[in-house]
Design a protein around this ligand. Structure first.
Ligand code: MSP
Length: 513
């Protein structure tokens, strides 16, 4: 079976990671874990994008060599991964030899077959974006949009990649594969972009202007344009692992879909005769008060502050619960706290506490076997059957926010079931029927908790592990089997208590940085 190969964008090694970077890793990890638990063999790649003007300039400002600068920043991105419980199988840096070799081979191949040519170019150039501009990029009043910074006119001899030649192919490919980009409305944006004729892509930068890059194999007076270099990471990382390429999903932000991923990368692969990725998933942005969170606007949140304070399970839960994949979301601490307190501490945490506490008080810490179900047990079980089927379908379609909402609704229904059965009252009675109902209610709440945890584990792996542990449950190898309602915990000894989501100590210290 071909491994399910999933990648994130590789982050620019020119500043510290922020919430947007963390989100992309968490989203990709949730998908990777979900696929693994469904039986796929997964290969999960992430990494850092280390060449180019921005990195060279940042290193210069700090007065260090670009390589030393990259080692430090890349190290910071890498160190974040275990703190977020990211289960990547590989981490690629574009300054590694294994990557540079593949970029050079690819360039040489495209050059030899005539898809890369040399030409004079005179045009407007944005140093900040490392991009040549055209008049159509101007604002209606003739000025240049701010994102380009200072724009100058330059003439240069450069190397160009024949994008235009492949435009008709790309359009027909996208038309034949309407599910290529998720969400679908983003695929329409790609086609919209392709209504205009493409220009060939300048893939070289003269050394005197930029030295921090991969030299062109056929002209070492130039280094490779950073996007051509960076995109190749997805392939270079697995070139020595037969059967892994092509990627099943490239997970990226919406800002880098068009043109880099949906146009340049697709045409690079097609021109090189390599198999194409199966899908691109373009997620939205985390905003703060309506503006994209980014380092340059100074409104970026340090994800690790939230992790320090609330734990990485709560952090992952919030990101997945709050954001509808593909749309933008505003981040506010109030909303984070509302979900933390309401959904994690009060709803899930409460069910954990009650289960442990009542099993300890009324059954000497051992989950009893369930007796014959009454209406309340039957209703809860029916809700479970619906919830689990829905959550699988929703998660397969990346609707994690709704799947979590449904799972938490099931947890809430279990809490309501406990209120209704009131084991604390049954525990006072010596009647045989009450003793039986007590056993049934304790068994039912424990089983419902175990099941809910099976639907949460790809989002909150550590919390799921701890709850299973205190329930004395060791999940079996087949995840689907874990979803079957079956009184699996009868006879298991539970722990007396577990504090999973402690009340935050005010004031919540989350800093912008
Ligand atoms: N280096 C390029 C990607 C090359 S991939 C071959 C790059 N790096 S980046 O550091 O600017 O962004 C990395 C990823 O983080 C991108 O997918 C980007 O969309 C994502 N995010 C950056 N800011 C974001 C938010 N505020 N919200 C969500 N994700 C955003 O682009």
């Amino acid at each position: 079976m071909k491994p399910f190969y999933i990648t994130t964008a590789i982050d620019y090694a020119n500043g510290s990671p922020h919430l947007g970077h963390a989100y992309e890793k968490v989203l990709t990890d949730v998908i990777a874990r979900f696929r693994r638990q469904q039986g796929d063999q997964v290969h999960f790649l992430t990494g850092t994008d280390e060449h180019g003007q921005k990195v060279q300039a940042s290193a210069r400002r700090r007065g260090v060599e670009p390589q030393a600068f990259c080692d430090e920043v890349s190290g910071e991105f890498r160190a974040m991964l275990p703190r977020l419980q990211i289960t990547n199988d590989d981490f690629i840096r574009t300054t590694e030899e294994r990557h540079k070799r593949v970029v050079r081979d690819l360039l040489q191949r495209l050059f030899d077959q005539g898809d890369i040519y040399r030409a004079e170019y005179r045009g407007y150039y944005s140093a900040r974006q490392e991009q040549f501009l055209q008049d159509k990029d101007r604002n209606p009043d003739g000025s240049w949009p701010e994102i380009f910074g200072e724009v100058g006119e330059i003439t240069e001899s450069n190397y160009f990649f024949r994008l235009k030649k492949y435009q008709p192919w790309l359009v027909s490919f996208l038309e034949a594969n309407p599910d290529f980009v998720f969400p679908r409305f983003r695929q329409s944006q790609v086609l919209e972009f392709l209504k205009e004729p493409l220009n060939d892509l300048c893939i070289s930068r003269p050394r005197e202007r930029l030295s921090w890059g991969i030299p062109l194999p056929f002209d070492d007076g130039y280094v490779t344009y950073v996007w051509f270099d960076a995109l190749t990471n997805y392939y270079s990382a697995v070139v020595d692992r037969p059967g892994v390429w092509p990627a099943d999903y490239h997970v990226i932000g919406k800002d880098i879909l068009v043109p880099p991923h949906a146009v340049y990368w697709m045409i690079m692969l097609q021109a090189a005769g390599l198999p194409l990725p199966r899908h691109i998933l373009a997620h939205g942005w985390w905003l703060q008060r309506g503006a994209k969170m980014s380092k340059s606007t100074g409104n970026a949140l340090n994800p690790l502050d939230l992790v320090d304070q609330f734990g990485s399970d709560a952090f992952r839960y919030f990101l997945m619960r709050e954001m509808n994949v593909g749309q933008d979301s505003d981040f506010t601490l109030e909303q984070f706290l509302a979900r933390y307190n309401g959904e994690l501490a009060n709803n899930l945490g409460n069910l954990v506490n009650r289960t442990l506490n009542m099993t300890t008080r009324f059954a000497e810490g051992v989950v009893p076997p369930a007796g014959a179900p009454g209406d309340a047990e039957r209703e809860l079980r029916e809700l479970w059957e619906r919830t689990s089927a829905e959550c699988i379908a929703l998660s397969e379609g990346f609707q994690f926010h709704t799947a979590l909402e449904r799972t938490m609704a099931f947890v809430a229904a279990t809490n309501a079931y406990v209120e209704k059965r009131a084991p604390w009252k049954l525990g006072k009675s010596a009647e045989a029927a009450d003793r039986e109902l007590l056993r049934t209610s304790l068994a039912t709440m424990a089983e419902a908790l175990r099941l809910a945890v099976a639907l949460l584990q790809h989002v909150m792996p550590a919390a799921a592990g701890r709850i299973n542990e205190v329930l004395g449950h060791v999940p079996g190898p087949i995840w689907r089997d874990e979803l079957a309602w079956g009184g699996r915990l009868a006879g298991k000894r539970v722990a007396a208590s577990l504090v999973l989501f402690p009340r935050p100590t005010p004031p919540a210290a989350v800093t912008a940085g």
